[in-house]
Design a protein around this ligand. Sequence first.
Ligand SMILES: Nc1ncnc2c1ncn2[C@@H]1O[C@H](COP(=O)(O)OP(=O)(O)OP(=O)(O)O)[C@@H](O)[C@H]1O
Length: 459
Amino acid sequence: MNTQRILIADDEPLFRDTTAELLRDEGYECVCVEDASDAINVLNEQSFDLILSDLNMPGNLQLELLQEGRTKFAHVPMIVVTGVPSIPSAIQSVRLGIADYLSKPVKFEELLASVQKALLHRPAAVVRVDTGDEREAGFNSKYPEIIGKSPKMRELLEIVDRVSPSNTNVLITGESGTGKEVVAFAIHRNSPRRDHTLQVIDCTAIPESLFESVLFGHVKGSFTGAVKDQTGLLRACDGGTAFFDELGELPAASQAKLLRVVQEQTFTPVGDSQPIKVDTRFISATNRDLSAEVDAGLFRQDLFYRLAVIHIELPPLRQRGDDVVLLAEAFLKKLRPAGSTINAYSPETIDCFRRYRWPGNIRELRNVVERAIAMTHGDTITPSDLPDSIRNPADGSTSEMAEVSRDEALDRADRAYLHALMEKHDGVIASAARQAGLSRQGMNKLLKRHEISADNFRR
Ligand SMILES: Nc1ncnc2c1ncn2[C@@H]1O[C@H](COP(=O)(O)OP(=O)(O)OP(=O)(O)O)[C@@H](O)[C@H]1O
């Protein structure tokens, strides 16, 4: 069953509906719109694998959909189907990188062949997170799955860009949930190996006694339970990339076996005598400090040097500045149910996001957004939709405090205090003011200065 999603933008109802119906019969999911601006809106809201677009339709007289589609949604192939073919529009379309240019009337078999071809040759599948305006939202057109435009993330993307085309082995480190796997996939997808497999090998999931069998494969009868020949994971990614996740968990005996493969690119399946040669790039990830583990004698130094030819260190979310806001916005768009009217965070919620330290990094943020979407009653997510630990982080004296000016630190503490106070008093200004030793007027002034709305705390 094919569940690829196709957006059909055409103002001719007969063509639009018939094409959608025929494509649905082929197993595709189709969404139909009748003009270019609706198409752009839908593209901003949902992810698609292909766009089928008319040229002469409302909102597209300057080929707006074509222009915007090719710059903002470059990873979604587009096929133009026009009733008014012309050489200039064909040239312009091709210049903008469309997958095909068809003239109406078009036979369905011809259209289907074009769709299948475009889908086959599109950039490898990505986790597409739609973040609205590219520049504003930290959307990196070459790495759409990596949201962020903080200096640390820009630097990181530059490194990713430089290492992707090479064959060099890469070690990615960083706290849990910082996006190590996302970066590994981005490197593979932008490498010449992209048409081959990226095989994820979770080092925590392979028992030491089965390491060779799982990685190298085995022949039937080579041990009790080996009832048939089994191809190992490394064979599956010949020509591609082997991604060793949680590398730091690999036991010493398995480290030795892996070293041989990394050095020689050969291995022998269990019970076989013929070595197999592969061509594999190794990307590894760990949240441990591997060089410290090498120093402590817990990880083989030779294997470390082989695998960490390039070392990419992912910063924790708390060091990525306002990327937290960009990510929260992207997750909101991605995770809200279709047709949902939830469309914003209140300024106080954004404040909570900025203040919190995010020990679980981006994964934690994603979970928090998902929970908030389920909790909220209105169109806007407010602090009452967040877990208590995020509304009231008990981290007034973190080391981060020492990184900012005294004024900024006092300001943050003041804001945290006001949040806690409003929370406790359910947004009732009179009682909050009483506890704070302020007049109502003074409390109102302070809330206004911090752009905190008492209404958001009322139950
Ligand atoms: N820069 C980013 N932009 C958008 N989403 C991201 C980004 N980084 C991570 N994510 C998302 O955050 C979640 C965690 O990412 P990922 O699994 O890659 O982290 P990890 O560092 O490999 O975690 P662990 O060490 O626990 O395996 C995923 O849902 C991923 O899609």
